[in-house]
Ligand binder design. Structure first.
Ligand SMILES: NC(=O)c1ccc[n+]([C@@H]2O[C@H](COP(=O)([O-])OP(=O)(O)OC[C@H]3O[C@@H](n4cnc5c(N)ncnc54)[C@H](O)[C@@H]3O)[C@@H](O)[C@H]2O)c1
Length: 340
């Protein structure tokens, strides 16, 4: 049984709370949030763009408003870090230095330096560090990864990814809409696809990005179109969170190989379809859980079996932060930016 502490009880922390509660090999011992209302015995729901938020009963957990108090008072195997991005490094390093394993939400950090601090702390303490790049565990995207790696799509010629969301209005103090703190939609939302593209196709040699702002001011990061420059593959991603509240959340892809096209479109039924180069289209089977459930179950299994996570390594999550920062630079400068 893994003794878990959860820090940050906002939108994603509440999603994780329900997942920990449902896992048979996790005991959710303690929860922590700086905002006392969010760790009240009955905590109000926080809305988000995926999942159904409901009121939380926290009566079975020890409840804290300070992470150091939680780490001092509880015997934990693992800490789940769901605080704002710009605080990931501080809280994760504290958890690792307290002798815990650590799962931290994406993006790994606000900067490459943040990521390096976290990796150094994991190396120094021997704790396992896992970044919740949930798309790698999202069942439809797992099908895509499998079809690319086993050759079912053939040689991939072009790939297009999309992720569009209504503006996130729920964050504590509005931190997510402060581009300095969150990195904007580029770093907060679009990183899902950037990370997945890296995992699928490897590092591009350069990026060319254009972005604009609709709901925030400052550096352009609300809505982005990026072309990833590879030698033999055309690959683009569009990401943005400036959609009106009435627009449904959308994520999807079209990946074309010489053996056919795999498409995910939430607007279609079925959403996931393979159109073979010859023959009838069909919908491949995929798991019914969310990527959130699958990533947490995976990391808990890694801890139980003392096996460092291979599906998302800290170094690969750091690469995703670095790639998005190159996109940010390209979007501000209008230049093609090399990715080293
Ligand atoms: N994987 C996904 O699909 C997904 C979705 C949403 C958010 N996220 C990520 O999760 C993180 C949190 O986002 P959110 O939308 O839940 O934000 P949020 O503002 O809703 O929640 C963050 C919570 O952390 C608390 N907090 C801040 N600093 C703290 C500290 N030092 N100690 C204890 N509590 C602290 C805040 O009070 C707040 O309740 C971000 O990094 C975000 O990018 C990931």
């Amino acid at each position: 049984m893994i003794r878990m502490g959860l820090v940050g009880m906002g939108f994603i922390g509440q999603q994780h709370f329900a997942i920990h509660q449902a896992l048979e090999n996790v005991e959710l011992v303690a929860v922590c949030d700086e905002n006392p209302d969010k760790v009240a015995e009955v905590a109000p729901a926080v809305g988000g763009n995926i999942g159904d938020a409901t009121e939380l009963d926290l009566s079975a957990q020890a409840r804290y408003v300070c992470v150091d108090d939680m780490l001092d008072n509880e015997q934990l195997d693992c800490v789940d870090v769901c605080v704002p991005t710009y605080r990931h490094a501080d809280v994760s390093v504290a958890a690792l230095e307290a002798g815990c394993h650590c799962i931290v939400e994406k993006p790994m950090g606000r900067s490459v330096e943040d990521c390096d601090r976290m990796i150094s702390a994991a190396e120094a303490t021997g704790g396992m560090l896992f970044v919740g790049q949930c798309l790698r565990f999202w069942p439809e995207y797992e099908v895509l990864a499998e079809m690319v790696s086993n050759g079912d799509l053939g040689r991939v010629a072009s790939a297009k990814f999309t992720r569009l969301s209504p503006t996130p209005m729920w964050s504590e103090g509005g931190w997510v809409l402060d581009t300095e703190l969150s990195g904007g939609a580029l770093m907060d939302l679009h990183i899902h696809d950037a990370d997945f593209i890296l995992a699928l196709f490897g590092r591009p040699h350069a990026v060319m990005a254009q972005a604009n702002n609709v709901v925030t001011s400052g550096e352009k990061a609300d809505h982005v179109f990026t072309t990833y420059l590879y030698d033999d593959l055309v690959c683009t991603a569009e990401g943005g969170w400036a959609m009106p509240q009435s627009v449904p959340f959308e994520m999807g892809f079209q990946v074309l190989g010489d053996k056919g096209l795999l498409e995910l479109s939430l607007a279609k039924d079925p959403p996931l379809t393979f159109y073979p180069a010859e023959g009838e289209p069909y919908s491949p089977d995929y798991a019914e859980q969310t990527g959130y459930e699958r990533e947490i179950a995976y990391f808990v299994d890694c801890i139980e079996n003392d096996r460092p996570p291979q599906r998302v390594t800290p170094q690969s999550a750091r690469e995703a932060v670095k790639l998005v920062l190159a996109e940010h630079k390209s979007a501000q400068s209008g230049e093609v930016v090399a990715v080293d």
